[in-house]
Write a protein that binds this ligand. Structure first.
Ligand code: PLP
Length: 392
């Protein structure tokens, strides 16, 4: 039947990109001979003491609605965790518990962005971070990272020039997915001063802040340490990466206190509250999880060395240095089309990597390899497959 009223979503939603990581994964999922490194998660299950907290909660019948911004005991545990991490008192009134880092990004966008607002993002970048503002009709301007002297780095002057006075928000993800690039303290200071001057919001995606390769650092440089009353800074974060809790959908936001009541409304109209067993698990992770974070960091430091060491023995492979996260972003001389390469690797040798172009045009020619893998043999098997592909 022909309809005068076409059935489709808003144009802004139709225009959203599909995940190219999924496209590669779909081409190989279900095959038993694949070694997958395409998704950004550790191969470890969540620690038993965190799972126990959720089990106990379920057994005690904690199955009811909770407060929009999270249970008071969880917000207090979060405040204590952040105060200890950043060495300054975190006010509970600035905290909102949300159901994942992705949700935190969406809530930040819903709080701040209107159609046609200009948002600047440092790229390449995990696609969700740039697509979410577009749901609200905002326009995302990309400022690309580059490789200088073998390291991923930011052209600060170029970024500050892009942050025009009519810019509504800057989105920064440091350590960055996919490159592992990490903002320095000096760059952060310059960005904060510039954004303060022009009233530009900073949305800082901090999901990898604990996963830094330098063992002397407890966390990556944090915008939260720069926060002064009146500042326009939002931090989004989650338990997914540092506590191996990707499936739990457990996240949080740190907001200026002026925004907390409105965040509560947006949470009410999105998902209303988190399931109590998840809140119990979060509280356990935040208050008793330091050894767990340390274990994961040690594993990541080791696996990164194993992987980069093996990759750099292959001819034509370039692996820039980086500061953190859980990825090696690399390229192979002579292979410029990362989507074609990622699909060919799946088909020919069963190696599952994410194509760099999934993270924007700046990622074309690159591949992302998640090295959050506890078994060296699995990583080396992957490198062996790549080698077979390259010499075939
Ligand atoms: C940069 C970045 N931000 C946010 C997230 C969101 O993680 P989650 O929604 O599991 O908390 C991810 C996950 O891959 C990420 O890479």
């Amino acid at each position: 039947m022909h309809s005068l009223h076409p059935v489709h979503a808003r144009p802004a939603v139709q225009a959203l990109a599909n995940s190219l990581i999924r496209e590669v994964a779909n081409s190989g999922m279900g095959r038993s001979d694949i070694v997958p490194f395409w998704f950004g998660e550790s191969d470890q299950t969540t620690a038993p003491f965190i799972r126990e907290a959720a089990i106990q909660s379920l057994q005690e019948g904690e199955t009811f609605y909770a407060q929009n911004l999270g249970r008071p005991w969880l917000r207090q545990a979060l405040a204590d965790y952040l105060s200890a991490l950043h060495g300054q008192t975190m006010d509970v009134e600035r905290l909102a518990v949300v159901n994942s880092g992705v949700s935190a990004l969406l809530i930040a966008a819903e709080l701040l962005l209107s159609a046609q607002d200009r948002v600047v993002a440092i790229t390449p970048l995990w696609p969700n971070v740039c697509e979410i503002p577009k749901i609200l009709g905002a326009e995302v301007v990309r400022v690309p990272l580059g490789v200088h002297e073998g390291r991923w780095s930011l052209d600060l002057d170029r970024l500050l020039a892009a942050l025009t006075p009519d810019t509504r928000a800057l989105i920064v993800n440091s350590p960055n997915n996919p490159t592992g690039w990490m903002l320095s303290e000096d760059e952060m200071t310059a960005i904060v001063q510039h954004c303060r001057r022009h009233g530009i919001w900073i949305i800082s995606d901090d999901v990898y802040e604990r996963l830094v390769y330098n063992p002397a650092l407890k966390s990556a440089p944090s915008f939260l340490r720069h926060y002064q009353p009146g500042d326009r800074i939002i931090s989004v974060n989650s338990c997914s990466k540092a506590w191996s809790m990707t499936g739990w959908r457990a996240g949080w936001m740190v907001l200026p206190p002026e925004l907390a009541a409105d965040a509560g409304k947006i949470i009410e109209y999105n998902f209303s509250c988190l399931f109590d067993p998840v809140q119990r698990a979060m509280a356990a992770a935040l208050s008793r999880g330091e050894a767990e974070v340390a274990r994961l960091r040690a594993m990541l430091g080791h696996s990164r060395q194993t992987l980069t060491g093996a990759l750099t023995t292959l001819p034509g492979v370039e692996v820039p240095d980086s500061g953190g996260a859980m990825y090696v972003f690399f390229r192979i001389h002579g292979h410029e089309d990362s989507m074609a390469l990622a699909k060919a690797l799946v088909q020919a040798v069963g190696l599952g990597l994410a194509p760099g172009s999934a993270f924007g045009a700046e990622g074309q020619g690159w591949l992302r390899w998640c090295h959050a893998v506890s078994d060296d043999a699995k990583l080396l098997d992957g490198v062996g497959r790549l080698q077979r592909f390259l010499i075939a």
